[in-house]
Design a protein around this ligand. Structure first.
Ligand SMILES: [Zn+2]
Length: 502
């Protein structure tokens, strides 16, 4: 299997990889792009969400979905694009059985937006990728290939036909398959923050086509590119590009030429295969859609859309560092997903009011550690995301309060979290039900320490001879006897006192 790590090293010596991505995202509108049919077809029986418009009957008049235009403008603003005053729709002509009209309504020379950029972190450095354009079009229907009783045939389902589809085209600014994956992850995060896309690649609500070429290092002209399709996960994007880069370099090293073509990624075999020799935009005979008026985008409308935008990941990350004193790394992790950031802030809010900002930042660090550490590990093991967490923000906040008050130890809290997660009860209930508590009574601890000292003459002798590691051993023995119910920092002075001081 080709991997980015394995392939970049030999290529980087004499060849440079150049990648640009075309990302398609279905938009979360209630209705389709040009008709009133529901856009959500997930659980619908085939061909039940369609009408004469999205089935491509002749003479039907499309009507532009205002929400889809707003979502596209909002995305373009989030990607720092210019929004021209005027835009239009065009017909892209081609024939395929999932496209009953024989053309797709798309945008050609005057898209809704252009000239933007997005940034993300790669190896601790900020990487900037240019956005050529964000435009709006309609999705096609779906073909279902079946083979019932040795009679292979294809069924057409037009429920998806006409669903709003936004296309985000990047500049060829990425230089490794890993950068391409990070770019995709950042885009997805922004789309989900905006609430315009489900971001689900596994359901093809988010799709990626990649243009990739290689060139000798130092050469400014681009090499001949191929377009890779059919990648349905971030991992597939990275693997497919790593494979294709190696393939192209091997072709060039063997003295052969790269053929401009569309290639499909075959996940099971880990290879790209030739699908068709690439068509040019000329082949589509684009022309302005005569059934739709030009789209005038007033500045007032753009301002209104901008005002409705939520806080985006970069701004949120900066705020988490400035307000909560989190590390850049923790802030980045927490803000990558909007739901995770919300969970963190909701948990932190429950502890209000804080005595001072230091107390708030201490709690913030604890919430970040538990959310990104133990809780996330439990969720990952279960393939759940934070929105499906059985531990509520209130539950986690209560657990942290018990630790801060010294009622339970950090180690006990870990056990409690696991038990709560598995049983569906909240942590405070588990603590109550199981009588989890920390020994704070010094009389009780004194007795246990005395027993440990009596039972371990050798380490005691070592300690008296000046071996500090012996003290750790004795503390460990006390923790063992109390089953973790003692606080290590209160045990240590008791041992020292009983042994006559260090
Ligand atoms: Zn329809």
């Amino acid at each position: 299997m080709a991997t980015a790590a394995a392939t970049e090293a030999p290529i980087s010596a004499d060849y440079e990889i150049v990648i640009g991505l075309e990302v398609h995202s279905q938009l979360l509108t209630a209705s389709k792009m040009f008709c009133r049919c529901p856009a959500n077809y997930a659980n619908a029986a085939p061909n039940t969400h369609c009408c004469p418009i999205c089935m491509g009957f002749p003479g039907m008049m499309p009507v532009i979905n205002r929400k889809a235009v707003e979502y596209t403008i909002m995305t373009a603003l989030a990607l720092n694009c210019e929004i021209p005053d005027f835009s239009k729709f065009d017909r892209k002509n081609y024939f395929y059985p999932d496209l009953p009209k024989g053309y797709q309504i798309s945008q050609y020379d005057i898209p809704l937006s252009r000239n933007g950029y997005v940034t993300f972190t790669h190896d601790g450095q900020e990487k900037r990728v240019g956005i050529t354009r964000v435009h709006l079009e309609e999705d096609t229907g779906r073909l279902l290939h079946v083979n019932e009783g040795g009679d292979p045939h294809t069924l057409v389902d037009l429920n998806r036909s006409g669903v709003p589809l936004m296309e985000i085209v990047s500049e060829p600014d990425m230089r490794s398959p890993e950068e391409a994956r990070l770019y995709m992850e950042k885009l997805r995060s922004i789309l989900i923050y905006l609430g315009v896309s489900s971001g689900k690649m596994e359901e093809a609500a988010l799709r990626c086509d990649a243009n990739i070429s290689v060139r000798p290092r130092g050469q400014s002209a681009f090499g001949v590119k191929t377009e890779i399709k059919n990648m349905n996960s971030f991992r597939a994007v990275e693997r497919a590009l790593a494979y294709e880069a190696v393939r192209q370099v091997e072709e060039l090293r063997a003295g052969r030429r790269i053929v401009q073509a569309t290639r499909g990624w075959v996940e099971e075999r880990g290879v790209t295969v030739l699908q068709r020799v690439k068509e040019n935009s000329d082949d589509y005979r684009y022309f302005p859609e005569p059934d739709l008026p030009p789209l005038v985008v007033s500045r007032a409308w753009v301002d209104e859309i901008r005002a409705r935008m939520p806080e985006l990941p970069d701004a949120k990350r900066a705020r988490f560092v400035a307000d909560y004193g989190l590390s850049a790394y923790d802030a980045e992790q927490l803000t990558a997903e909007r739901a995770l950031a919300d969970y963190f802030e909701n948990t932190l809010k429950i502890g209000q009011p804080y005595a001072d900002s230091a107390a708030m930042q201490t709690r913030a660090k604890a919430v970040a550690n538990w959310t990104l550490g133990d809780l996330r590990a439990l969720l990952n093991a279960d393939a759940r995301d934070i929105t499906a967490s059985p531990i509520t923000p209130q539950g986690l906040a209560d657990l942290l309060t018990l630790v801060e008050r010294g009622a339970i130890s950090g180690k006990q809290a870990k056990d409690v979290l696991e038990k709560a997660y598995a049983s569906g009860a909240q942590p405070a209930e588990v603590v109550k039900r199981e009588g989890v508590s920390q020994i704070s009574d010094t009389g009780e601890l004194d007795g246990i320490v005395a027993e440990v000292i009596a039972a371990n003459p050798k380490p005691v002798e070592d300690y008296r001879a000046g071996k500090t590691s012996a003290l750790q051993f004795l503390v460990g023995q006390v923790m063992k006897r109390t089953k973790g119910r003692a606080k290590p920092d209160s045990v240590m002075p008791i041992i020292e006192r009983q042994l006559g001081g260090a």
